[in-house]
Design a protein around this ligand. Structure first.
Ligand SMILES: NC(=O)C1=CN([C@@H]2O[C@H](COP(=O)(O)OP(=O)(O)OC[C@H]3O[C@@H](n4cnc5c(N)ncnc54)[C@H](OP(=O)(O)O)[C@@H]3O)[C@@H](O)[C@H]2O)C=CC1
Ligand SMILES: O=C(O)C1=N[C@H](C(=O)O)C[C@H](O)C1
Length: 265
């Protein structure tokens, strides 16, 4: 399977190039970077810390989608919307790991998925996807005597908050309670907040250093506290999941899929 990487010079882009090069049955279709970006014209293997692969980073995403069987996208929300339109046009499988995508940007992505298979997930790791299922189960079992807060910490270069994974965990906790996250969330607390409303799901965001991604869901009641935690110690877990998603989606009908579909959870 020929897999392309948009944003191939980014933290995840480099990891994806290494993962595709190391996966039997996969070849690199090429890679793109932002128009005017400093990595353009550089070998994508060299950018990823490998031997040169003889393929340079280009800015023409349409050419990459025409060449590839699947494209993996860990870029920015604006870029992911454009890439989804290109995937629909060329009927290429698309895997989206980008986070910070709001409801307005999500609409054209869902529309593109009526033309081609798209797998979208804020976290491609097996561990976090298992955690989502556990959080739903615990949310259902404990009910709203237990206050739910979600704490996440990431590296200083992360640009969106709360993380896509934290919001996903909140969504599954809310689903366990039979409510919509948007009806109960408190994304930031500041100043004289008053007492905690029953049923609220809160978020706390920490940023610093090189932390790859830590998430904890706290269920706190009178007399006890349950905490479910995932800590990433490398980005390979995300790249492995994304390549697995591309291979899985290759023979699927158009549609918007998640890692839960890919992993059969
Ligand atoms: N789902 C998951 O499992 C995971 C998701 N993520 C998410 O992935 C995204 C990227 O993260 P990360 O790799 O750390 O970020 P980086 O900023 O390191 O990488 C993003 C790359 O995409 C490039 N880019 C931006 N716009 C375009 C464009 N239009 N065409 C081609 N390339 C473009 C950027 O270039 P430039 O720097 O020049 O703008 C950069 O090289 C984030 O949203 C993050 O939250 C991260 C890890 C795991
Ligand atoms: O930006 C990151 O680095 C990560 N982003 C994703 C998110 O927003 O949840 C996944 C992972 O936590 C790393």
């Amino acid at each position: 399977m020929k897999i392309g990487v948009v944003g191939c010079a980014g933290r995840m882009g480099q990891m994806l190039v290494r993962e595709i090069a190391a996966t039997p049955g996969c070849t690199l279709a090429g890679g793109t970077e932002r128009v005017g970006g400093p990595a353009l014209g550089k070998d994508i293997g060299t950018l990823a810390g490998l031997e040169p692969l003889g393929v340079v980073a280009i800015e023409d995403a349409a050419a990459l989608f025409a060449e590839a069987d699947a494209v993996i996208d860990f870029t920015s929300p604006e870029a992911s919307v454009r890439h989804a339109a290109l995937a629909a046009q060329s009927q290429t499988v698309l895997v989206i790991g980008t986070t910070g995508i709001g409801p307005v940007q999500q609409e054209p992505i869902a529309q593109a998925a009526t033309h081609t298979p798209i797998v979208q997930s804020p976290n491609m790791s097996l561990g976090v996807n298992l955690l989502l299922a556990l959080v739903e189960q615990v949310g259902r079992a404990l009910g709203d005597d237990y206050d739910i807060d979600i704490l996440e910490m990431h590296h200083r270069n992360k640009v969106d908050a709360p993380s896509g994974t934290a919001l996903g965990l909140g969504r599954w906790a809310a689903a366990g309670r039979g409510v919509a996250l948007e009806d109960v969330w408190q994304k930031v607390r500041d100043g004289h907040t008053g007492v905690r409303p029953r049923g609220e799901i809160g978020f706390a965001t920490l940023r610093g250093g090189d932390v790859i991604g830590d998430h904890t869901v706290v269920f706190a009641a009178e007399g006890e506290r349950v905490e479910l935690t995932h800590k990433a110690s490398g980005r390979q877990i995300y790249a492995k999941g994304a390549v697995r998603a591309a291979l899985w989606a290759n023979d699927k009908q158009p549609g918007l899929y998640s890692m839960k579909d890919v992993l059969g959870l």
